[in-house]
Design a protein around this ligand. Structure first.
Ligand code: ADP
Ligand code: MG
Ligand code: ZN
Length: 625
């Protein structure tokens, strides 16, 4: 069991011991068997009937012990009875009765009972408070109950089994070059100390999620063969005031003892968000500020010649507090960018080493099919392919497994179980055929790869898969317009085929088209009436990462109207163009939809054949586009 589990154990045992002690104490507070409570008159009756052998008179009550012969074999609890004394009444009559029946009686003034009472009250309260205290600290620590001041930073050092090295990280050559110097310094600090050069204290790895930042940091430690302390910024988020700062302090204390070493703070943005941004919105996070201040103090507090290098990773460097990026702190930034084609091949190779692959695998095709994917996605594809091979009962991973894995990761699972009525199937076929024909007809659309009416993502009914031939870093206006055209193709095909009766099936397409056209107008300056300006300022990332694109409106009501009008005008124009295309190529569209209903999925080659056959059948001047 790991450390955390062990602490949980200790905590549980401690609780049990305390509970047992409490039970014991409360059991001592009075006799184990309390007398049976009866009314005063019943007590007198028992007394007068001669059932009592002994009576104790305390300040408040009468306790009588029943004679053995009158109780028979009743349980101990019923061998004594108790009645409350009548307040303010002279009980000389009672005394007389007692004497008459020759009952032995004695008076007792209770001194101890109130102490036990108090203890009985106070102990549980104390106990609960203690429990609460423990619990809070445990929560605050996020770890065991007994780890008060210790941080949860994982310590990886040289002896750790699976050392990650640069060989495990592919395709980030520029970043590796940048980090070489750090590795060299950690290996032989003396060389640098002699010359007196100042080694950067902090290195910030910046890049999109899944590009291998965490992996790279580990690899630096692996290459330099030094200890690796890592902690994730997100772990600080749920903490209570003061704990985060204490953790940071501990982390650096430990690190200094182990120098040379690397301290790695993953997801730095979780603690390092700009201090002003929170306040501007009207709430501040004291805990985060304290933690951040402590971090800054620690970074300043030592000299990198001591041999501690701080690394951190973030995918949103723009939200970081400027103080973090100042000289002498995270002053070296290393970009870990999305891999390009060549890098993707390398990454696939790295991960393919770990599984049994057929010899004739063409990883280059896979890399070509996955532009925009990051290392984590590619690792996922290889893993998925291995699982598919196992499910197939295969001996090794083959190309078809990889192809299917790409589809899965890109498009989601095939949802074959859905039952569509014949009418729905027809509508989806017409819709997808519309997308396909437009994609084949417009000049700037990404090449069409496949059309299917088997949905692969939640909510979708079918899909039209286009694959970009190469990475895109920018898009021209005609390219954007053609992209919108393909999106509108589905709805427009429905309009044509069903004589204007449309369905809900196009909502996702319409949403994406709307988002694109709005961006053209407000972000890319692609509308003449609005000119080369941007409208609205994005507030995303300023205080919370919100899935809703929060926008601060910095334009007039009139401009808002123009934006709406322009978006509408652009979409209307494209829609008209799409309708023309589909009317002209109605025959290919109808044939594709019929074939889709029959075969459900059509690859590019089949589509080309269908279109060619359809256009050979109709008069040439109509087919010309
Ligand atoms: P990040 O920290 O940038 O979000 P990670 O380092 O956590 O990304 O990457 C997640 C996983 O993706 C890694 O464990 C690794 O398997 C894979 N991966 C990512 N980038 C690469 C790469 N450049 N080379 C090899 N594997 C990679
Ligand atoms: Mg990471
Ligand atoms: Zn659609």
């Amino acid at each position: 069991m790991d450390r955390q589990q062990k602490h949980r154990w200790i905590f549980t045992v401690l609780n049990l011991v305390m509970l047992a002690a409490l039970l014991y104490v409360s059991s001592r507070a009075g006799p184990t068997t309390a007398p049976k409570e009866v009314s005063y008159s019943d007590f007198l009756n028992e007394l007068r009937a001669g059932h009592l052998s002994e009576v104790q008179i305390t300040e408040r009550e009468l306790i009588g012990v029943l004679k053995a012969e009158s109780t028979g074999k009743k349980p101990a609890a019923e061998q004594r009875i108790k009645a409350t004394r009548l307040p303010g009444v002279d009980e000389s009559l009672l005394l007389k009765d007692l004497e008459d029946h020759q009952v032995k009686f004695e008076g007792r003034i209770e001194q101890t009972s109130w102490i036990w009472n108090v203890i009985g009250w106070v102990l549980p309260v104390l106990f609960i408070m203690l429990l609460y205290g423990f619990g809070m600290r445990r929560l605050a620590q996020g770890g065991g109950a007994l780890t008060f001041g210790k941080n949860r930073a994982k310590i990886h050092d040289e002896s750790t089994r699976q050392q990650v090295t640069f060989a495990d990280v592919a395709g980030v050559d520029e970043a590796k070059v940048e980090l070489e110097e750090i590795i060299d310094f950690l290996r032989q600090p003396a060389k640098y100390q002699k010359l007196g050069g100042r080694i950067p204290k902090g290195v910030l790895l910046v890049g999109p999620p899944g590009t291998g930042k965490t992996l790279l940091a580990k690899a630096v430690a692996g290459e330099a063969r030094v200890a690796f302390f890592s902690i994730s910024g997100s772990e600080f988020v749920e903490m209570f005031v003061g704990v985060g700062a204490a953790r940071v302090r501990d982390l650096f204390e430990q690190a200094k003892l182990k120098a040379p070493c690397i301290v790695f703070i993953d997801e730095l943005d979780a603690i390092g968000k700009s201090r002003s941004s929170g306040r501007a919105i009207g709430f501040s996070n004291d805990e985060r500020e304290q933690t951040l201040n402590q971090l800054l103090a620690e970074i300043d507090g030592f000299d990198s010649s001591e041999g501690v290098i701080i690394m951190a990773a973030t995918n949103t460097p723009e939200v970081l507090d400027p103080a973090l990026l100042r000289a002498g702190r995270f002053d070296r930034q290393v970009l870990v960018d999305r891999p390009d084609l060549k890098d993707r091949i390398e990454i696939l190779k790295v991960h393919a080493r770990k599984i049994r692959m057929a010899n004739n695998l063409d990883l280059e095709t896979i890399a070509a099919r996955t532009p925009g994917m990051v290392g984590a996605d590619l690792a996922n594809i290889i893993n998925e392919a291995a699982l598919l091979a196992v499910r197939r009962g295969g001996e090794q991973v083959e190309m078809r497994d990889l192809e299917e894995a790409v589809d899965r990761v890109m498009l989601g699972l095939e949802k074959k179980s859905r039952v569509m009525s014949q009418e729905e199937k027809e509508r989806v076929s017409v819709h997808e055929a519309g997308h396909a024909v437009v994609a084949l007809s417009v000049k700037h659309a990404d090449p069409l790869h496949r059309v299917s009416i088997i949905p692969r993502s939640i909510g979708a009914l079918g899909y039209t898969l286009q694959l970009p031939t190469q990475e895109r870093f920018l898009m021209t206006k005609p390219e954007l317009e053609d992209q919108i055209a393909v999106l509108l193709g589905g709805r427009t095909a429905e309009e044509i085929h069903y004589g204007g009766v449309v369905s809900t099936g196009a909502s996702d397409d319409l949403e994406r088209a709307t988002a694109l056209v709005r961006q053209m107008v407000t972000r890319f300056g692609m509308s003449d009436p609005l000119g080369p300006l941007t409208y609205g300022r994005s507030m995303a990332g300023q205080f919370i990462k919100s899935p809703f694109d929060m926008e601060e409106r910095n334009y007039s009501e009139r401009t808002a109207e123009t934006i709406d009008d322009e978006s509408r005008r652009i979409v209307d124009e494209i829609h008209k163009r799409v309708a023309q295309i589909l009317l002209k190529r109605r025959e290919p569209m109808e044939r594709i939809s019929l074939e889709l209903m029959r075969k459900e999925t059509l690859e590019r080659a089949e589509l080309d054949q269908l279109v060619a056959a359809a256009e050979a059948d109709v008069p040439a001047e109509v087919a010309r586009t």
